[in-house]
Design a protein around this ligand. Sequence first.
Ligand code: ADP
Length: 406
Amino acid sequence: MSEPVPSTEERIARLQRIIEISRLLNSTLSLRPLLAEIVQAACDLTDAETGSILLVDRRTGELRFEATTHPDGHSIYQMAVPMESLAGWVFQRNESVIVADVRQDPRFYAQVDRAVGWETRSLIAVPLTVRGKTIGVLEVINRRNGGSFNEADLETLRVLADQAAIAIENAVFFEQSDLVAEIVHEMRTPLGVIAAYADLIAHKDLPPEQRTEFALLIQQEALRMSRMAGEFLELARLESGRVFLAREAVDLAGVVDSVLASLRPQAEEKGILLESEVSPAVPTIIGDPARIRQALLNLVSNAIKYCRPGDRVTVTVHSDGREITVGVVDTGLGIPRDLQARLFEKFYRIPTEEGRAEGSGLGLAICRRIVEAHGGRIWVESEEGEGSAFYFTLPVAGKGMPSPLT
Ligand code: ADP
């Protein structure tokens, strides 16, 4: 009862569907809905009764059911199958199989049929592989109307599996990334504020001055979110380990001048004195000038942010020949001793009324990543009420710098 082999037109139509599907798959970063889309697409493309995805459990190495189109599929959710099964065979060898009658195949693992109460007759199973690493298996079971699967179905499924595996890897990466969970959590607060004020603004009898006030609050929170998104992306790039640092000669005195020039208007507006003390013979370092500038910019703008009118911010640069130490010393609010250790954690902000300036809590985490990627250290010295001093070191050229960033 073999099905007729599809015509060229049909094959092209299938490939077009796969392209559409893969576009859809790449726009989903949430694992469960993504897996559901993939199995559904696999069944549609091969005219199968049902399908499933098994993924390897990274902790235990077991192969487990993660998604199926079968209405009673929940009973096998996360069920592990032995490596001696058909799926296990496909997974271990990274090879596809097409089986016309599973009853004739000793590798067939009948336990699953029993658990769900269905009857597998024929199947195709293909490995899900990304960059040479097999992460799971995609299966379709029983061709509709009792027919059997053919080579064209197998080929279609293989192409789909290649696209699907990449999308799955991305989704798994995002699900495991604390950073994403944290940013979503952090974004909820400004979003909540925006939603609440937008609601109030919609009231017809709201006095115009209040309307303006609420509109400004919405604008402020939206700007905060947008800054957060930018900083978050930078931190995510730095944490991904896929970023390479530039390796150029860096003129630190020039970097200091440029940072002070761009922050001077802000400091003057707040009545804060901004100055620098750069030793005359600072050796050259090899590094990423834009990122070093970013780190210094974050530290100086923090100092301005957490200083009061009349305070002073001094940027110091000196070297002992082995490394350069850059300091950002302020006479501002200072930081309680017990909280200092947490400052460089992402999203950490000091929970005091006075220090309630605009910010995302990502600035110092970014500084730390940048400095450490250059082989340096960063730390804070501070007395509450007397001021803070943030220091970082950069090894002098020839002392080696790790790259890429990790
Ligand atoms: P933020 O975006 O909140 O400024 P950061 O990571 O840059 O995030 O800083 C974390 C926290 O450290 C700030 O919220 C602030 O409480 C504190 N902080 C940073 N720099 C200073 C400083 N120069 N003086 C006092 N507190 C500071």
